[in-house]
Design a protein around this ligand. Structure first.
Ligand code: AHG
Ligand code: MN
Ligand code: MN
Ligand code: MN
Length: 338
């Protein structure tokens, strides 16, 4: 009788990807192998984060990255783990990382067909407090005949073949989506050492009265942004006469994961202090936008343009972002009409 309680129909990430692969006649298995390397990097980053306070991995590395952030020790280690996983996969031709000034070209990977963008640890200011952080990734395919150039990664999110993130929270949660596909969530079973499909076909609720933004920046916000967030704090018939709830962790991955599950809005608008926004297009905004759109939500920049259509000129370019429930993003647009 006990046996009946145990789920023996377990869909691991590997099984999921293999089953996806057989649906695509032209698939070579390279993408599956690339994802295998990716999931290893997530497992190892999760492992070091869990052990950080025990093995002196808290605090600063003593260096700064190109976008002006002070690097934590775990930013540096996770970046190295990620690079090594991509290099050894043999399937990655080039990599953009938040922690690397320039594109890394893996010249040895002669037959590699993919270009990756990653934020090895998103929310690293939260690390020493044990608050949830994550890894974000976006996967592009090289142009026909290309052996890997910067044009293969300086592309809009509409060109992404896959994207997602892993959140290192109470458990490690991997969310992945492929172009034109659904969004699927996996939980790392630390006993099995496998990501298990726990959230198939994730759909973001149409609306929910929760907003997530660093309100400490409101002094610098443009008037439309101020009016929009102010409106959420007023009682409204849509929310049974109550104002919205505020939730802001300060790790986009964690704020985004909650928004994906519960609905509402996450924003990091461009403002007078950061006229181009804070979050970076290639490895923060675009992958998240793909996840949100494929889950039935929306993601736009501070010009109210579809985030997935924003084309970065440089690998570390930034954008303002509003993403979340479909109806909530519509409301944001409504406040920006002149
Ligand atoms: P990262 O840790 O990768 O540099 O990203 C930090 C980002 C993002 O995680 C978060 O949403 C945002 O910065 C928080 O910024 P504020 O502290 O300005 O709110
Ligand atoms: Mn950073
Ligand atoms: Mn980040
Ligand atoms: Mn980061």
């Amino acid at each position: 009788a006990q046996g009946e309680q145990i789920n023996t129909h377990i869909v691991t990430l590997t099984r999921f990807l293999t089953e996806e692969q057989v649906k695509h006649k032209e698939a070579t298995g390279d993408f599956t192998l690339l994802c295998h390397a990716l999931q290893f990097s997530f497992k190892s980053i999760a492992y070091y984060i869990r052990r950080a306070t025990l093995v002196n991995l808290t605090g600063l590395a003593g260096s700064m990255n190109t976008t002006g952030d002070e690097q934590k020790k775990l930013d540096v280690i996770s970046n190295d783990l990620f690079i090594e996983a991509m290099r050894s996969s043999g399937k990655c031709a080039l990599l953009v990382s938040e922690e690397e000034e320039e594109i890394i070209f893996f010249g040895d990977a002669k037959h590699a067909r993919y270009a990756l963008a990653c934020d090895p640890i998103d929310g690293s200011s939260n690390l020493d407090a044990g608050v949830s952080v994550g890894t974000i990734f976006g996967i592009h395919k090289l142009a026909e005949g290309s052996t890997g150039t910067k044009e293969d990664i300086l592309k809009p999110g509409t060109e992404l073949v896959a994207a997602g993130f892993t959140m290192y929270g109470a458990s490690a949660q991997l969310v992945i989506t492929m172009r034109g596909g659904s969004v699927n969530g996996f939980t790392l079973d630390t006993g099995l050492g496998e990501f298990i499909l726990t959230h198939p076909d994730m759909r973001i609720p149409r609306r929910r009265a929760i907003y997530s933004v660093n309100e400490g920046n409101s002094l610098y916000w443009e008037d439309d942004v101020k009016r929009y967030f102010e409106s959420l704090k007023q009682p409204s018939p849509e929310t049974n006469g109550k104002p919205y709830s505020a939730r802001y962790i300060g790790s986009m991955v964690a704020d985004a994961y909650r928004t994906l599950l519960y609905g509402g809005i996450f924003a990091y608008p461009a403002d007078k202090k950061s006229p181009k926004g804070k979050l970076r297009i290639l490895y923060e905004c675009a992958p998240m936008a793909m996840v949100f759109e494929n889950a039935g939500g929306q993601a736009i920049d501070s010009n109210m343009n579809r985030m997935l259509e924003v084309v970065p000129e440089n690998i570390h370019d930034r954008a303002g972002i509003f993403m979340g429930s479909y109806d909530e993003v519509e409301k944001v647009k409504g406040f920006h009409k002149k």
